[in-house]
Ligand binder design. Sequence first.
Ligand code: PLP
Length: 441
Amino acid sequence: MRDKDSNKTKVTDKIAKTVTKVAKQTATATQKAASGTKNTIKSVVNGAKKPIYLDYSASTPVDKAVLDEMIPYFCENFGNANSMHSFGQTGGVALENSRKQVAQLFGVGSNEIYFTSGGTESDNWAIKGIMGARKDRTKLITSSVEHAAIMSSAEQVAKSGKEVVYLPVDEDGLVLPEYLQNAIDDNTALVSVMLANNEVGTIQPVAKLAEIAHKHGAYFHTDAVQAVGSMRVYPRELGVDLMSASGHKIYGPKGIGMLYVKNGVKIDRFMIGGHQERSMRGGTTNVPVVVGFAKALEIALRDLDKNTKQIAELRDMLVDGIMSQVPYVHYNGHKTLRLPQNASFSFDYIEGEAILMLLDLKGIACSSGSACSSGSLSPSHVLLAMNKPIEQAHGSLRFSLGKHTTKQDIEYTIQSVVDTCKELRKISPLFLDMGSNGTEI
Ligand code: PLP
């Protein structure tokens, strides 16, 4: 055990030294660039024309057309949407028009859409709001691969003395319907399973799961934050009672999300205060971001087929490149039932964070595990739930592509991942210990 620990410390030290070395080289290159060469600093630093962003599942840039739509609501039409005067009415009309537009795009009623501050709030509200409102039933079922917003809300429900069951997943990250069938009973108030996973991209059989929940009189919530904008999502076709979405994953602004609540579903208020959002969520409505969310959704759905085809092709190119050129690598998640933008890998003998830091210095932004657990250095709960060994759960790296990703970005990324893995494995005692001299990669 102690040997393992000291090995780990050695690896961490060596990685830190390598990162420092590359950082020094980067600084020297940057200085050279600053002192008169024609190259831009960025091109000298990373050999790429511009920094490459492959973290679209963490956040997306706001579309120019979205920003244009929002701008009038900051300085000109700034009135409180609840005020009676003309300034307020302008804001109120924009708010209700946006709600109508969002409802139409999801094929639901306007009075079923509530605007929130983002996916996290929508998830918190769905879980706590339903568990609080249903006095007759006390059990919550969710999955073991949910986002932290659901996981933490479920923990709070458990602390209040209610029963919480976490469904297992198979090795591809799928919640099989039989898992729910075995766990559900007539005391179940709510089942919450995400539509698509943020770390490994696996798409869940939500329609089937919702059907099982309803057979037992339970409500069904889905966190569709990653799915909306990447696949066609219609709450009524899925048969869900509640659904969360977020603006900044679909080229809209941050700080805006929504919760779909099917008519007739009883849910507690989340934010108490004024009578905004039909008295269900107090607080002055942030009209510019609501307008931006509606516009972003409109554009995302208008361009969905074209974008997802292009993104999936580039993602497949990235996967093929890495899988064929880097040894000891695992492609995480379901091979076909997955989001078009997601490519998640685990690299044996090296930490995901180390690769991430070196790639960042080469001008490539990606993420280790989910954006929300990055920085914690704890293994991915999603990969652990998928029964992956702890080393793989530590070594994971997520690339998420977007509509601005190019073929050149992917070519440069493949080469950089190949080089980075070589560099890190050369100094990895774990890799050297397993009998290789480190030159075969
Ligand atoms: N749910 C999922 C699946 C997510 O990926 C995220 C964000 O990464 C959230 C919820 C939280 O959304 P927001 O950042 O809008 O709070």
